[in-house]
Design a protein around this ligand. Sequence first.
Ligand code: WT7
Length: 647
Amino acid sequence: MTDEIIPVASSFSGSDMSAERYKARYARSIEEPEAFWREELGRLDWIRRPEKISDVSFNKDDFRIRWFEDGILNVSVNCIDRHLETRANKPALIWEGDHPAHHHSITYRQLHDHVCRFANVLKMLGVKKGDRVTLYMPMIPQAVFAMLACTRIGAVHSVVFGGFSPEALSGRINDCQSEFVITADQGVRGGKAIPLKDNVDEALKSAPGVKRVLCVKHTGANVHWEEGRDYWYHDLSIQVDAHCAPEPMGAEDPLFILYTSGSTGKPKGVLHTTGGYLLWATMTHALTFDAKEDDIFWCTADIGWVTGHSYIVYGPLANGATSLMFEGVPTWPDASRFWQVIEKHKVSVFYTAPTAIRALMRLGDDPVTKHDRSSLRLLGTVGEPINPEAWRWYHKTVGNGHCPIVDTWWQTETGGHLITPLPGAHGLKPGSASFPMFGVQPALVDNDGKRLSDSGAAQGNLVLLGSWPGQMRTVYGDDQRFFDTYFSTYPGYYFTGDGARRDEDGYWWITGRVDDVLNVSGHRLGTAEIESALVLHPDVAEAAVVGYPHDIKGQGVWCYVTLNEGVEASEALEKALKDQVRKEIGPVASPDVIQFTPGLPKTRSGKIMRRILRKIAENELSSLGDTSTLADPGVVESLIEGRVKAG
Ligand code: WT7
């Protein structure tokens, strides 16, 4: 790591932020939070502006997180209607299809009509305020219409990433007892069709609660149809009109559920609420990206992840921005696709993941430099730590050395950015997420929960003191799990699951997860979920999964597997196990390495010592640490021998 500082670019003097202004605003947000948040409320249109700012306790006995409790608003009005007076003909969305010849834009006026129609169709199907609606969609504008339509009528959306398997989809549908699914016939990525409707049909075999499936025609492929359950969107949308009165919602009413992996058990339904989440997405989009009226803002995430929710849909649209939505992949038809799209649509702010940057960096500078990127003024990254080498390439080659990079640290749980540089305010250190957003108080604790000093350099587990409006409110249907996961490890604090260090200049550096959560190509995976998928195979006795450093993906998935008595390891079995994980979770969770082993390292009480497994996968054989507490110390040797064969 490096502590060199790249100064605030002089070409960035157009920013509204400066070092002094950041300091003053940050201090106000911490010292006078009531006054600060009352000022920030003006970013949204309220039907009733809240009097109460926050009511928060992280203590077990009186645990609660509430923001703007008596406020009333509607999210779709904030993202659409309020812009109609001044921005009716401004593009709200630019859609770039998988095929470079497919693209069009949708103005705020058109967005209003589409969303109202979509909302009326949902009503026609029986969707009511508070109902959970599952979306399993490709990256097409109708996905955004569907999300906003839910918010218009007060339904709670649960978007499931289109790359997840039917098994993963049905699990998420059942967990939130969703009776409605919105999908498309197919998606397309990199020239290949993705059978979304087929996957829904498969999922619904084990999700009997679903009453209605609304299907958007995208590729026109033939799909299986269940009369009485399945409806084409284009059949219904011509039967409704383009006006739909927005439902007034309480600030603390649920807005959406988004499933994410934790260190144990099945994925958690992260619940975000209406007022706090929207204000957080809106404020962070405006500040971190120094949003300007004429920006073309492109976030390359999928709407199946929180990044897509906050920075393709809610933040940009609430700010009246033009948000670009891309259906394809960075390397199709060739490795210059991102830069070609930037040139074509004159993108000014570009936000992507380190894994994509690393993959493209490998392919050389030519694909980048042959396209005109002079429209770019700001770059961003999200999802995992960015290595300084990739940071520099992004800065120099992609940004021609003149675009600041905002390395934004946050989580599904946090709704939006918590630690990030603000362009115009902070000099940049490659690889550092830099400074806390207004209202955010990061702190470090050691493994015993002792607070480390708030000044000077320190390293430890990253916690947050107090709440911020965009904080998740609960795990859907499981308040206890919410408390246990985030507030019991270090009582009184929100525990992020990440490790971090703060350097002597006060810059924050995220060092990665300290729990059993993997970050593979920016996708979050629980080791327990992958292990459960592996042990479903009849030949598997036991499995333990760990992450290891991977050049492109950040982390790779390493699986230690013990087989039942009498079963021989084979290549066929290895393939079967990889397929099993893809089937249960999806291709994103595909194991990189399967290491068959006669045993796993366990303590005498039977607990698997993952630390040792991680070290072996990382090939850090000299630092295995104390192995004397193992029930069978000999197992380590056979693991090391087995590693040679597997890796
Ligand atoms: C985890 C959250 C936040 C949206 C995308 C991922 C890691 C995220 C950074 C960053 C270092 C990062 C953390 C975090 N992470 N951004 N800029 N630098 N690490 O959301 O799937 O909820 O994953 O991603 O480990 O805890 P998520």
